[in-house]
Design a protein. Structure first.
Length: 255
């Protein structure tokens, strides 16, 4: 498996389906898809189901998700006939030891995400060489420099971002063209959907991820990191993250 993703981005920078076909051809090793079954997830899930239906799909149930997300996950999995859906949850003993009352997110949101998502995903990805994500450049400044292929600095795994250059209009058009069901919370103003206690609706004109950990510096759960650490709002103020060039209009304004 290649260590440097630059050549792959140069030679295989095709459309989303082309990126997926290459990633799932075996050229990058064993690849899984990780999906939150969130606001935009159904588009990429549909593509994977069409191209390689036996692809393992990992869904992390943090035990703090919206009931609507759990119902949507069941609906989409049945609709797309996902044949290798792996629903994983945090370790019960670890939860009892570190978050017995379910309030860790109030005092230490990074620790809560690590306990309920990052550690769980690390175990689920054991044996895989890489994974497919649904991240997109329009989702915020920390993702503005996304390439279709990248190396995860924390785990060394390849991350594949087929929809990196897609915008919300293109996502909506694809979903409608294929008659795919929307997440029920989208109609209520949710544009990025995570755990219920840490997710709120987004107002018109706000960053799509403004409803995640609202009022805090935290902008990533920890699954997606930069140089081995969780990206926080202060990391984006007046500087460019390694490998990420911020749009001019955002520099100095993201906090």
């Amino acid at each position: 498996m290649p260590r440097d993703t630059s050549p792959i981005n140069l030679t295989h920078k095709a459309d989303a389906q082309g990126v997926l076909r290459h990633a799932l051809s075996g050229a990058l090793g064993r690849i899984a898809m990780v999906s939150s079954f969130g606001a935009e997830s159904v588009v990429l899930l549909h593509m994977v189901a069409q191209i390689a239906p036996a692809t393992p799909v990992i869904f992390i149930d943090t035990l703090m998700l919206f009931p609507e997300t759990l119902a949507y996950q069941r609906e989409v999995a049945e609709r797309l006939n996902l044949s290798d859906l792996r629903i994983i949850q945090p370790d019960p003993e670890a939860l009892f030891a570190k978050d017995p009352d379910g309030i860790l997110h109030l005092a230490e949101p990074d620790a809560c995400c690590d306990l309920r998502k990052t550690q769980v995903l690390d175990k689920a990805l054991n044996g895989f060489d890489g994974w497919i994500t649904g991240r997109k450049r329009f989702q915020g400044a920390s993702r503005a420099g996304l390439e279709p292929y990248e190396r995860d600095t924390a785990t060394g795994l390849i991350k594949v971002n087929p929809l990196a250059d897609w915008d919300i209009a293109r996502i909506r058009a694809y979903r409608e063209a294929h008659d795919l069901p929307p997440h029920p919370l989208v109609a209520k103003g949710f544009q990025s959907i995570g755990c219920a206690p840490c997710t709120s609706p987004v107002a018109a004109g706000e960053d799509p991820r403004a409803g995640r950990w609202r009022g805090q510096e935290k902008i990533e759960c920890g699954i997606h990191v930069q140089d081995g650490r969780v990206i926080r709002g202060k990391d984006l103020v007046g500087q460019e993250l390694p490998g990420t060039e911020l749009p001019t209009k955002l520099r100095g304004k993201v906090a």
